[in-house]
Design a protein around this ligand. Structure first.
Ligand code: FES
Length: 148
């Protein structure tokens, strides 16, 4: 028998399965979103970030700086204590000359127009108006790592 009641029951069954399927897919999506929200972001590396290996930490004396070649953006790593290192750009903020480290004064000197910066990249004298950009730096197993 294939009367109007049977057709109505079949339609109701199909509709019920469609709704259940939709809810299952929605619940799966919500679950994936919830898990990705709760998952801690990786502290190792951010998207687009590059980790630059800058040599041995123990061979860099406290208060000294090391020039690290890095394409058009060389940088200096500076050992500031027994366990800490900082990194600043080696490119002068005036007209982009590459700076030199003056170990006697403990400053970065620009050979082009005598600009000077301290170890933290703050302008001490000369035409530069802006400080040197800084980069996050860390020490891992005696190796200096700079995040660029
Ligand atoms: S480029 Fe460095 S002071 Fe001018």
């Amino acid at each position: 028998m294939n009367g109007p009641e049977t057709t109505s029951i079949e339609r109701r069954g199909v509709l019920t399965w469609l709704i259940r399927g939709f809810l299952a897919i929605w619940a799966l999506g919500a679950g994936v979103l919830g898990i990705s929200f709760l998952k801690a972001p990786s502290s190792e590396k951010r998207p687009g970030e590059r980790q630059l290996r800058c040599g041995s930490f123990s061979t860099l004396a406290i208060g000294e700086a090391r020039l690290v070649r890095h394409g058009a953006e060389p940088l200096f790593v500076v050992r500031v204590s027994d366990s800490q290192v900082t990194a600043v750009s080696a490119v002068c903020t005036h007209l982009r000359c590459v700076l030199k480290w003056d170990g006697d004064k403990g400053t970065f000197q620009c050979p082009c127009h005598n600009g000077a910066f301290d170890r933290a990249g703050i302008v001490l004298s000369g035409p530069p108006k802006k400080p040197l950009p800084q980069y996050p730096a860390e020490v891992r197993a005696d190796e200096i790592i700079v995040h660029t």
